[in-house]
Design a protein around this ligand. Sequence first.
Ligand SMILES: Nc1ncnc2c1ncn2[C@@H]1O[C@H](COP(=O)(O)OP(=O)(O)OP(=O)(O)O)[C@@H](O)[C@H]1O
Length: 453
Amino acid sequence: MKSETENSNEIDELSDKISGLKTQDAKHNNLQETQSDVKLIRIHDDEPVLSVTTFEELNLHPDVQKGVYEMGFTRPSKIQAKALPLLLRPQNMIGQSQSGTGKTAAFVLTMLSRIDLNLKAPQALCLAPSRELARQIMVEARKMGKYTPVTTAEAIRDSSNNNRDRNTIFKEAQLIVGTPGTVLDLIKRHIIDKKNIKIFVLDEADNMLNQQGLGDQSIKVKNLMPKDCQIVLFSATYEDSVREFAGRFAPHANEFRLKIEEMSVKNIKQFYMDCTDEEHKLKVLSELYSILTIHQSIIFVERRDSADRIAKRMTDLGHKVIDLHGGLSTTERDEVMDGFRKGSAKVLISTNVIARGIDVMQVNLVINFDIPVKRNEDNKIVADPDTYLHRIGRTGRFGRKGIAINLVSDNYSWKNLRSIQEYFERDITQIKLDDWDHVETFLKNEIKALDAA
Ligand SMILES: Nc1ncnc2c1ncn2[C@@H]1O[C@H](COP(=O)(O)OP(=O)(O)OP(=O)(O)O)[C@@H](O)[C@H]1O
């Protein structure tokens, strides 16, 4: 069993290693999130619906509250203010709010609050769609639980947990964050004992319930949970079909909904550039990075091989970039992500693997090298507005400003971007490429405006 000191050393080490990187924490005090109002559309009882304005009103354990304040959070965000009183009752929830509005803290605080510290057994379980996101949530949980002697474990493939006795770690871990396949495997092999689990969270819930592989595994994990387990689902997007299923997955849940036109974050300015082909897109990228001083940026592509190819071409053109996709080893993935968080590379080229949830405050530019697409029910490839929203949501976090630039190069990509624009009813403005001096002045002014804001 880990002593409190060991636990705390481990937290410090991990925070330094993975997230010490979030030097921006201290700046939280000055931030005003700009999210739309989330609307509570259903509660399952007649109790009055409370919303709080301070963390004190939530009656959190003083140690948990201390952790929250140390993270620089002075007051709850809108979704936290509305969701936490219901989550702490405890009640099931299907929560929706825009990207970067603090959903993680809402469910992490609930998980920490529900744990009986005297019981050294799994009690709070959270699933996330990628190892990068699971690791990030764990960092947030360990920071928030810094003064709470809660034992934690990451259930992801080849986790550093493996260096120690896996069985003991999972036997005693009160709070577990992992990816669905690994968690399912650990439960089936009785390495994670599920019987005391009181709260089960799906982050990026629509993705976790929808995607063939993940949906199947998440449902299997959920079916293994104790009957009275609190079910909490959070995401920025819910397609209608998923929402309907979510209602069955988390019965009698309080539900927060956003209207489609409220889903995209207003402080992310969206543009597009009309290119002729992939080669032209690469030249445009190269030009953009030569003229712009960006903090950090992410370039999203559709396929793993494109990520490698574009990274190589950008490197050949003299730019320092790194790339991340599911084809890398777990060690490589962790190194790339940690390096990006530390700021050792400014440009990350990635597939959708980090489209969701990833929170790197310094990212002020997202480029869609490929417009996101998906297969619809008829197996036809169509535009994917939800993935678009998640991708551009890697910037503009918690009230910060950001720029999203879409590169289109043919009728197909243009049509897909048009349908995304129509779906969200938001302007995506063209930046003409015929005069690069103009592009430079225009974008520099946009970035200056972001920095000043
Ligand atoms: N109450 C708060 N005060 C200040 N900062 C906060 C607060 N809550 C969350 N944050 C910060 O806001 C950022 C965004 O939060 P988070 O990652 O939870 O967003 P999210 O809603 O889960 O976004 P996404 O939909 O992209 O997953 C994080 O850096 C987090 O630390």
